[in-house]
Design a protein around this ligand. Sequence first.
Ligand code: ME8
Length: 510
Amino acid sequence: MSDPYYITTAIHYPNGRPHIGHAYEMIAADAIARFQRQAGRDVRFQTGTDEHGLKMVKTARDRGVEVRALADEMSGYFHEMAAKLNISCDRFIRTVEPDHYAASQTIWRAMADAGDLYLDRYEGWYSVRDEAFYEEKELTLAEHGSKLSPQGTPVEWTAEETWFFRLSKYQQPLLDLYASQPDFIRPESRRNEILRFVEGGLSDLSVSRTSFDWGVPVPDSPGHVMYVWVDALTNYITGAGYPDDTAMFSKYWPANLHLIGKDIVRFHTVYWPAFLMSAKLPLPRQVFGHGHVLARDGTKMSKSAGNVVEPMALAELYGVDPLRYFLLREVSFGSDGSFSDEAIVTRSNADLSNSFGNLAQRTLAFIAKNLGGQLEVGRGEAADATLTAEVDAATREFVAQFEDLTLSQAIEAWMRGVFACNAYIDTQAPWALRKTDPERMHAVLGTLVDAIRRLAIAILPVIPTSAAAVLDQLGVEDRDHAALLADWDPTAARLTPPSPVFPRLELAAE
Ligand code: ME8
């Protein structure tokens, strides 16, 4: 396999259990990774946990536990969630791992060699919740008079001796990057935000801390640990083999896609490319800032509001594939989306159970019961070629939209193919043909089975387990994108009696 494709999610703070937003990001990245594998690319997919920094230190202190014990426990829940949601990552990285220390210290030395690091005194505002420094002009006043970050989190005044990174030096190179690589930042709205921010001027960035020691030690500078975002961003190259595995690094770096949430676009499109330029390393090809999943009441989820949606409980209640389908179909990729139990039940029942599931189930059940699972060559008519062309158009559009990361539109296009099949069944009425015109019946069922095959292959990245179950029932082994375009002979297939793949969901009681 050639043509490598490296995709990453953000690495998550394990200062608490994962919520639906974390699940959403992993699911979207997983669907893209699976899609690219189907396209024949040599995919590497990484997710993981971001375990250093003051937020972890403070959470551990509040809970009265050791910070490493907190990290181990909570990272475990993220890892468990990835397994439960069928996340096909090649590596689940933890920033406490030794190879990550080595990578972080190597990039640090490269930035120092470039003359981009200097010692000075930092005085300014810091948000522990965001692990971010803010300038006075960015802050707003809360009702009770305290200052808030642009993310609405509290800030505290910080003063200490730290290392600084010459971010100001990279203002023009960054603007040049955004101009020469217009899709470096997506979607467009986030790109505009970042352009305005960088055009406004960049201050040098404080990149080490001396007031605590939970971090990667700064080389040759006792008492300093790296600012958590320096080591966090470095996870992406650690996982690609930097610095020692040069074969792997030259294969997978630069990454094709960093998939992250809208709140951390600045770190990924300003700081990260500046660090890489300083260290003379290639830049990622694209950063996509997805929207946030809102709580059941349509507001931002937070522990203090008590409205956090638990992904593991949802997967248990409604199933993993319905949850994946719902999130990718319902949330327009790049925008915020609300979560509700009614919406997941309605969406899954309408699209998966009643439309695609019912199509596959009744077609295969009929063939198993009445024809012993064996189709024969029938008498084709123009309507068959029309349906085949409609399904072909739907799967091609699915592929094109998915490639462009317009995931919900891709699924919408796929549904058009499903609807076309259901309309075809209604007009062709194959069940009635059994007695009157069996030759025609075989052609109709053959056309349907091939359509179901192609629709199931297309939707595999979104609902991997259930789409694979349908393909198993059809005895289909070729499941990559090439198979979507290939001819397939339904009369040569062994069709097994189906067991329902998409059960109807009931709304869970409170
Ligand atoms: O920011 N909906 O970690 P994090 C969708 N450690 N996505 C959401 C979300 C929501 N409601 N809430 C959060 C960090 N996210 C850093 C990242 S990367 C080098 C370091 C997304 O645990 C969020 O936007 O706060 C981010 O992409 C990811 O979850 C991890 O958030």
